[in-house]
Unconditional design. Structure first.
Length: 103
């Protein structure tokens, strides 16, 4: 069967589209799990993250972690926070972060 010009163009187009999809999938996989590291989600993914205090009131502390605003409470209740203070996430209690002031 002779290969026609139309058939050759169709093969090239389909090969190009397939390569783009496989490359995008592989790139996403390597970006998410570099060097074979397993991904993690949930509480484990928040521990050790750094944040900045957005607001402090007697009822509520708000911190910004990874561009998201979270409710928080202090690991040490005697510690004092001001807006702009840098924090680190030590634990998670439901949807509330347990934080500690970092120097």
């Amino acid at each position: 069967m002779p290969v026609t010009e139309t058939f050759l163009i169709l093969i090239i187009v389909l090969d190009t589209i397939g390569s783009l999809f496989i490359g995008a999938w592989l790139g996403r996989l390597l970006t998410r799990y570099p060097f074979g590291a397993s991904g993690f989600t949930g509480v484990e993914s928040m521990l050790g993250r750094k944040g900045v205090v957005k607001s402090v009131s007697p009822e509520r502390i708000e911190v910004v972690v990874d561009s998201q605003v979270w409710a928080a409470s202090l690991l040490d209740p005697n510690e004092k926070l001001e807006p702009g203070d840098k924090t680190i996430v030590k634990d998670v209690d439901g949807l509330k972060l347990i934080i500690q002031k970092r120097e």
